[in-house]
Every structure is written in structure tokens, then in C-alpha cells.
Write a protein that binds this ligand. Sequence first.
Ligand code: COA
Length: 686
Amino acid sequence: MSVEYRRDGAVAVVTLNNPPVNAIGHAVRAGLMEAVDWVETQEGLSRVILTGAGRTFAAGADAREFDAEPVPPHLPDVIARIEASDIPWIAAINGAALGGGCELTLGCRYRIAVPGAQIGLPEVTLGVVPGAGGTQRMPRLVGLKAALDLIASGKPVKATRAVELGLIHGIADDPVELATHLDQGTIELTHRVGAMENPAPEAGAVEAARATAARRTANQVAPQRAIDLVELSTRTPLAEGMATERATFLELRTGDQARALRHIFFAERAAKAPDWLTAEPAETGTVAVVGGGTMGAGIAYALLNAGRSVVLLETDADGVELAKANVEKIVGASLSRGMISDAKADDIRARFTASDDYGAAAGAGLAIEAAFESMEVKKTVFAALEAALPADAILATNTSYLDIDEIAAGTSDPSRVLGLHFFAPAHIMRLLEIVRGKATGNRALATGFALARPLRKIPVLAGVCDGFIGNRILARYREAADTVMMDGSTPWEIDEAMVEFGYAMGPYEAQDLSGLDIAHANRRRQDATRDPNRRYIPIADRMVELGKLGKKTGAGWYRYPGGNGKVDDPIVADLAIEEAHFAGIERRDFTADEIRERLLLAMINEAADILHEGIAANARDIDLVTVFGYGFPRWRGGLMHYADTIGAARIVEKLTALTAEDPLVWRPSPVLVACARDGRSLADAT
Ligand code: COA
């Protein structure tokens, strides 16, 4: 039974019981309606206590039902019955009460939560608005401004804040117990939220909420529509506001943005070790991190924050000091942002050591190397790790591009070697590519996946190739951008086109931040193996020759006078004109649509090749990589989900048209061709 109900004297207890998170699907709605009917038949009841089984009160509507037609009973009708009941319902909020879960509590006359409960209306993060009265009851209860904050941001509040807001009446370790003994007079004095007066308009509140939402969730429909609805609550009767809310919810939930956000929500939760990976992971209580630069320090901090002890290995005493300072900098920043407490900071420091003696890491079950990107350096480090660590320790490299098989081949047991590719800043970015070399054993892979959970990373399995999944797509993206620039556009136009698509910044501004030298080193490494027939765009090389390495040198694709915002640099345009002239190219204008189309098609085609070669296991993993590692707009669902909204047939058609310009670069990937032929989506192309 998804909803259980029982009677204990004058008190009835109704329990939502739909593991794992009491999502409110059809069975729960029907069960609740049955419980309401049952309550109405009972004589002598003083109250009904509504609570959840397990750790959650209710995680909201069951988002898996959103693609289908809604089936009655509908949640707003269930809540209306609860609210109208002559016997007061009390919400005993035993854990997260989100979305429809929160709306259920608003239909109750009294709300008590456990101290750790999260309460809120996160619907906009799934591309919809609350659909069961949230936008109308919440402002009546907590006022316009607080409701706007809660609903337009989608951020839940903790129980203490909920009390301050007047959203709940109290906090108790055992809310069912408290609800059972609550004084009857107290309950009966409370009002039905739906019967409360419209919230008073507050000058500027709606405009401020709109501006914040436009900044934080640019291009997203749901937050602005949610604000419309909250605003409506100031001037319409409840029933009218709820009818508009319901219509908006039903309209948005099958829209592109809601589908995309749902896809990412479920993809994120499905990111775990594949079923076939049943090996026991290595013990990782102590981890050795090699290299105390930005990356190594970030990885060390992430591990420390997840309760591991870390031995950071450097080459000499200066390196050790620098590594310590880099880790301490992150500890300090996390403290000042309130992300960790003083006690946690002390605990982190106590579990951290840095040394130039590999012997200090003799007890580590795992090593993560984040040293300089040179095969020679990596081989030396791995030899030293092998000598110092236990014979069964797992040895990981954080390399972005180097051949893991070659690194592994230099060790006596390559099955212990894998890639753990973090993204900078490593303690913040959620993506973790787990790279499986030719010889990587299952125990090594299992260790990588097991570590992802405590680190709160999203693990994605990748095969060995130049750049793995993410950087390989990135390299193709940049190549396509450089080609458009050479043929007539500018970094400014290209960046703007991609920002309009939904990226926080375009490829050139992003490269100015990370530095032009890394991509340059990669191009030099690839010189020996590059297909001589492939068009090569030398503008970035010219930039590096001029010392324009990005923001860190004061200029890259843009200038940054005074270290501030970016300014167009005419030298870059000159270089493009000059190189086009040398190559005999007649430059032309590109529209923003043309720019976007080329850059996106280039990435989609590369990603399809990545699938074809088995470097990624499925399209969903590529979506996770692009969203969580490379700033692809989440509300577009990731690169492959976006590609599926266009359709493989149309993509192949467009790529084929571009082959007239360059048959090598635009040749459609076999996976796309097969999907187009069979009428399949990339999501099904595994
Ligand atoms: N609908 C359908 N399934 C849901 C769900 C929902 N609203 N919320 C969670 N689930 C599923 C997850 O997909 C996961 O399924 P899996 O075990 O098959 O992978 C399972 O419930 C557990 O969820 P998870 O997020 O991994 O658990 P958690 O304990 O870390 O977090 C919550 C619990 C409730 C905080 C979190 O699931 C959450 O935020 N849910 C969404 C809330 C929401 O946005 N509601 C509005 C819906 S319109």
C-alpha cells in the first residue's frame, strides 16, 4: 500500500509509503483520496496526522509520470479535500517535503518538522511550476517576497528557516508524537491556508525577482512563469489562481525545457558503477596525491572534505610548502564562505600531510597523480608510486590528454592503473571521468566509482583516446570555432552566438580563462599524427607566439584592461585576416545561427564518433559530461539530448551539406547515419 492509515483513539495517522522517497504518483494520490474518504467516515476523530515512511516526507510529484496524460485523482483535488476537512490535518514532516510534498503540507492546518527537514518548491529546477496550489497558498502563508524567493529559485529551506518564515509551526525530533499531543485548541485556532487573505503586494518585489531569475536562470521559462503565478496570488481568489497555475504546470511539463531538465535529473541519479562491475573496491582511507598545484590541491581538498586522509607528494621542500599553501587557501575560502565549520577545518588539517618523500605514502590504498602533463614525468612518478605504495594499491592519473595505456605499460601491473580525470576547480566541479585503459582491472575501476559517491562527483566511464570524452569534444568545438573565425567571423561574434545558445561564456572567453598554452601544447603533441589532409587553423599558434596566453598574461583572444571585463582586440582580427589571406580564403560574414549550427554540429558529430568507438558507453553519459564539465546548458539536457531534439536525419542532412566545404571534417559519423536510417534516437544508440 502506497498510503497507510490507522486509528489510535481520537487520532488518525496517514503515512505515505512509496519508497525510496515517497514520490507522489498515481497510487499515492489514489491512496490519499481513499484515506480522506475513510477519515470522513470516522466518528470521534480529533485530528489526522499526515507523515511519511522512511527518511523523506515526500519528494514531490512522481516526475516519471510527466510524459503521460495526468490520471485522476489529481493532487490539487486531494489537497482541497484535506484542507476542507472538518477534522484538522497536521503535517508531521519527517524529512524532505518538496514540491507536491510541500503542497500537501500547505493543505494541512498545522505543520511540524524534524530538525533536518528540507522544505520547498523546487519545481522550476525541473522546468515546471508548482501544480497543486504552491504558487497560491505559499504567498498567502509566508508573504509575497518570501514566496517569490522560495518558488523562483526552487531552493528549499531548512526547518529553522521555515519556522522563521512562518511556513511551519514548530520543530520536533518526533513530529508524530508532538502532533498526537498537541493541544486541540491550538490546532483549531489555526487557519486554512487557502482561506487566508491574498498576500499584500510589496513594491518592487516582483520586478526584483524577475531580474534575479533572468540573471541566474537565463533563457529558462519556468522561473518567470512561476513569478507570474505568485504575482497573480495578490489579486485573484484561490480557485482562479489555482486554475491558472494548473494550466501552466500542464503546459510546461511536456515542453522541451522540462523534458531536458528531467532527463538530466534522472541521468545524474543513474550515474553509478555499471552492473557488470562487481569487483570489491580498494580501501581508500588514505590517499596519496601527487602534485600540489591548483589541480592537485583541489583533489586533495575534495578527498579531505570527504573524510579521507591525504598525503600530498611533491618533488622538493619548496613544492611541499607551495602545496600546503594551496590546500590551506581552499580550506580558508571554504571557511569564509560558510561551507565548512571551524571544527571541520581543523579536522581536515589534521588529516593532511605533505612531503617530498614518497615513503610517507606507504599506507595509501590509492594514489592520484596530478603532476605536470609530460609522459616522462608521469612515468617517473608511477615508478616511484609503485615502489612506495602497497603492492595492491590503485594508481590513478589525472591526465587530461596523455595515453594512459602508455603510462600503465611502464608499471609492473597495469591492471592497477586507471584515469581519474577531475575538472578544475576539482573540489567544486562535479564531473569525474573514470578512464579505463586497455589493461585496467575491475578492482581499479570499482575503486574509482566507489570514491565518486563520498566525493559527491558524477562518475562517467570513458575509454582511452585523445581527450577522453569531454576534452575530445572540446577540441572539436574549438577547431570549428577557429575555422569560422578564419573564414570571416570574430571571437566576439562566436562567443555571443554561444552565449545566446545558453553557455555562460563562449569558447574564446573560456579559453582566455584556462590559458591558451594547454591547447597549444596539445597541438604540438598531435603534430606527428595529425592527418595532413585536415585543414589546420594556425591563428591560435600565432597568439601564443605573441605571448597572448589569456587572462593570466593580460590578454588572449580579448584584452582585459585593468584586469576587468573583456575588450575586443583588433590584433586578433588582423591575424585572422592575414592567415585567411595566406590560405587564399575569401572571408565572408557568418550569422549567429550559422555559427551556432557549425559549432554544435561539430560537437554532435564528434560525440557520435565517441559513441561509435565505444569511448562513451551511451548518449546519457555524454550529456552528463557536457553539462557537468563543460557548461552545456542544463535546460537543453546535454549535447546528445539536444541533438535528439533536432533528430539524426536532419543532422546528417546538415552535415552532408557541409561536406561540400570540407569532406573530411564534416563527414557524418556512422552512428548518426545509422540512427537516421533506422529512425532511432541517439539516446537509443548504444
Ligand atoms: N519523481 C520520481 N522519482 C524521484 C523523485 C521524483 N520527484 N525524486 C527522487 N526520485 C528517485 C530518484 O530518481 C532515485 O531513483 P533511483 O533510486 O532509481 O536512482 C531515488 O528516487 C532516490 O533519489 P535521490 O535523489 O538519489 O535520493 P536522495 O536521498 O539523495 O535525495 C531528495 C532525496 C528527495 C532530496 C531528492 O530525490 C530530490 O530532490 N528529489 C526531487 C524533488 C523535486 O524536485 N520535486 C519536485 C518534483 S516536480
